[in-house]
Design a protein around this ligand. Structure first.
Ligand code: FAD
Length: 470
């Protein structure tokens, strides 16, 4: 099933000739050979046809595209890594300002900082920072964009040791809705800096990010341990105790799914329901060995891949499970420490999974992330324990899309009695204004509205998890 938006009035393609004069990058029109590839994003269920895709080469191109769209009142979508499941990175009939070709990265190993342009993906940034044994808190899949992830907050394997991605952000350069270039940091435009650290793409187009880096790896003790779902009641209760006592260095992730046909999983397990407990110890592997020992010794795992490995290898662990082009529908909830009722619900709905590609992922928050003051950033969830994402996934040929989506919705509804009234903004689909408010809470949402009124009063940047100016 393809998710489409109503067709916006289309411009004559000749209208973009005027932009050509001030734009160095490619302007892809429906007649361009690469248009059909360029309009596609990670979620194959999104099938939209913009009037033009402006593939920017630098800040000047972004400014030119913003001014051009503004003068003509064009609908604008902003694309970086293209991983947003809601598909806001592409629109029907309007202009996509595409930053995916802006790949500059500069690491300063002495100062332990990295400046990266908005088109950089996590695998690309990790490769450059790991050259110096450094890293910042990034996502857990190499092909996710740094831009959308950072602007929503950013959680990953290093978060319990070093905080959210935004806690490691020292400045951004941004093109505002009126086409001006603005820097935001703790010293310059601090309120804007507060807002971009979690408020998404509501205030402008960020062209580059500066991150603080930390010594990480290059070898870390990390990886998944797989158990059969029939053991999940014990595994998840054991996990609950382990997570509660975990030091900051240890971040864990659970995944419930039908075993994918990965080469390191025995063939007779493929397609059977399993629970994965993944862990990363963000410290010396020899110090981590004792911490993860109970996890390695528990139960009767099918496969144990929790072992020393390069940090960049850990970061690509999930890549084969999340290729571009499959169709997706997500529902996300925040859970407190797992209750028996939540555990039963997780297992029950996993056993009713309808697609071999669907899965549920549960990320453990807390640690350093939880010790940052709640009002320090627009990103919320400082006192959260778990983010759950129920991922309905199917191939384009699969006729059962509705059934897979219903599975995710039923699962989501069944978790509600156990959930907190909050959600991580980067895990939201296209779910309407109430869910966006839920991501921030009333107080923060109102503060974000004030900021939106200042930087984007006409809601020029509205294809996002939208903060409405009024
Ligand atoms: C496979 C997968 C794994 C993920 N893993 C994690 C994870 O480990 N941790 C985590 O925190 N999240 C994770 N996410 C969620 C991820 O943070 C969001 O999907 C995020 O929006 C992706 O950013 P992007 O640049 O790739 O996406 P895009 O689709 O390009 O952008 C998403 C939205 O962000 C805004 N935006 C993008 N670039 C800019 C910019 N330069 N300036 C202003 N606004 C912009 C726009 O509104 C855009 O619609 C994952 C998502 C996927 C699909």
């Amino acid at each position: 099933m393809a998710i489409q938006t109503p067709q916006a009035p289309s411009l004559e393609t000749s209208a973009f000739d005027e932009l050509r004069g001030s734009f160095r990058g490619e302007l892809l029109l429906p007649t361009s050979p690469s248009y059909d590839v360029a309009r596609r994003i990670w979620n194959g269920a999104i099938d939209r046809h913009p009037a033009c895709i402006a593939r920017c080469t630098g800040v000047a191109d972004v400014v030119a595209a913003v001014r051009f769209a503004r003068e003509r009142d064009l609908l604008v979508a902003v694309r970086s890594g293209g991983h947003g499941v809601a598909g806001h990175a592409v629109c029907d009939g309007g202009l996509v300002i595409d930053l995916s070709a802006m790949k500059g990265i500069r690491v300063d190993p002495q100062a332990r900082t990295a400046r990266a342009q908005a088109g950089v993906l996590w695998g690309e940034l990790d490769a450059e920072t790991q050259l110096h044994g450094l890293a910042t808190v990034g996502g857990i899949v190499t092909h996710t964009g740094i831009a959308g992830l950072t602007l929503g907050g950013g959680i990953g394997w290093l978060m319990r040791k070093y905080g959210a991605t935004v806690d490691n952000l020292s400045s951004v350069d941004l093109v505002s809705a009126d086409g001006n270039v603005v820097t935001a940091s703790a010293d310059e435009n601090p309120e804007l800096f507060w807002g971009v650290r979690g408020g998404g793409g509501n205030f402008g187009i960020v062209t580059s990010f500066e991150y603080r880096l930390h010594p990480v790896g290059p070898i870390v003790l990390a990886g998944p341990i797989f158990h059969p779902l029939e053991d999940a009641p014990e595994v998840l209760r054991f996990y609950r105790e382990l997570a509660a006592a975990a030091p900051d260095e240890l971040t864990t992730i659970l995944e419930l799914e039908l075993a994918p046909p990965l080469p390191f999983l025995p063939e007779d397990v493929h397609g059977k329901p399993i629970v994965m407990v993944g862990a990363c110890y963000a410290g010396a592997p020899e110090d981590g060995a004792e911490v993860v020992r109970p996890l390695k010794e528990f139960g009767r795992p099918i496969v144990d891949r929790l072992e020393p490995k390069p940090y960049v290898a850990l970061q690509s662990t999930f890549d084969p499970l999340v290729p571009h082009g499959w169709h997706r529908y997500w529902k996300s909830v925040e859970l407190p420490p797992l209750t028996d009722g939540a555990i039963d619900t997780l297992i029950d709905h996993t056993s009713r999974i309808t697609s071999p590609r669907s899965y549920t992922i549960i990320l453990q928050l807390g640690g350093a992330l939880g010790r940052v003051a709640e009002d320090a950033t627009a990103f919320s969830q400082r006192d959260a324990t778990h983010n759950v994402v129920i991922n309905a996934v199917w191939t384009p040929e699969d006729p059962d899309a509705e059934r897979h989506i219903r599975w995710a919705r039923d699962f989501f509804n069944a978790l509600q009695p156990h959930a907190r009234d909050r959600v991580y903004v980067n895990f939201l689909g296209d779910e309407g204004p109430d869910r966006v408010r839920q991501a921030y809470g009333t107080e923060k949402y109102d503060r974000l509205v004030e900021l939106k009124r200042k930087y984007d009063p006409t809601n020029f940047f509205r294809l996002n998890q939208n903060i409405q100016p009024g």
